[in-house]
Ligand binder design. Structure first.
Ligand SMILES: [Zn+2]
Length: 210
């Protein structure tokens, strides 16, 4: 399932796909295609050099990196939920409750769960959740969309801390792999430095001899 998170470009008014397009987030909630932004800056501030404009873009991107990642992650999660649970209406409390899950204030949870972790868990457990739902239907206790959603959320949240531990172990595995690659790289670099030094020493010796 490919989900696009879009915002309107303030210059050309066309949509920007945050996942794939080159764009500049400027100020709190303004978005520009990169090309549109450069053009605008060139028009507005004739004294700015291209390097200065690129520097502004770099800073804007760094500043809003976390905020935009959150925006995209939330959108992916909500689009998935609305489709999966066939929600035709989305009560306000739905988003409020999810915000509480993300910031850790939701009832009975001891730690926050980010939108991307929650979606990842959901996809990994989707078959299991479907089986539980079938079992409930078989028992004559079917749940409608929203009720099933909260039922599944409760199951996922009960598994959140073991999921986090598992994820952490995956990160450590990846780091170990990276370290091995880094170690091999640095061995090669040491050789380069060593050879480089040797050459320099030779030249220094020659110079001294002269
Ligand atoms: Zn544009």
């Amino acid at each position: 399932m490919e989900i696009k998170t879009t915002r309107k470009c303030k210059v050309c008014k066309n949509l920007i796909v945050l996942e794939t397009d080159k764009f500049v987030p400027h100020n709190k909630d303004d978005y520009y295609h990169q090309d549109c932004f450069i053009e605008m800056m060139n028009d507005k501030n004739k004294q700015l050099s291209q390097d200065e404009i690129l520097e502004i873009i770099k800073k804007d991107r760094e500043k809003s990196h976390d905020r935009i990642k959150m925006l995209i992650d939330k959108n992916h999660l909500f689009v998935f939920i609305v489709k999966k649970y066939e929600l035709t209406f989305k009560p306000k409390y739905l988003f409020l409750r999810f915000e509480q899950i993300f910031n850790g204030s939701y009832k009975n949870i001891t730690e926050s769960v980010s939108p991307s972790d929650l979606l990842d868990m959901w996809l990994r457990k989707e078959n299991e959740l479907d089986r539980i739902n079938q079992w409930k239907i078989g028992k004559g206790e079917p749940l409608d969309g929203l009720n099933r959603l909260w039922y599944d959320v409760a199951i996922l949240l009960s598994k959140a801390s073991s999921y986090k531990k598992w994820k952490m172990s995956q990160v450590i595995n990846d780091r170990t792999k990276e370290n091995i690659i880094e170690e091999n790289k640095s061995k090669i670099d040491y050789m380069k430095i060593y050879n480089g030094n040797k050459e320099r020493t030779n030249i220094e010796n020659i110079l001294e001899e002269i």
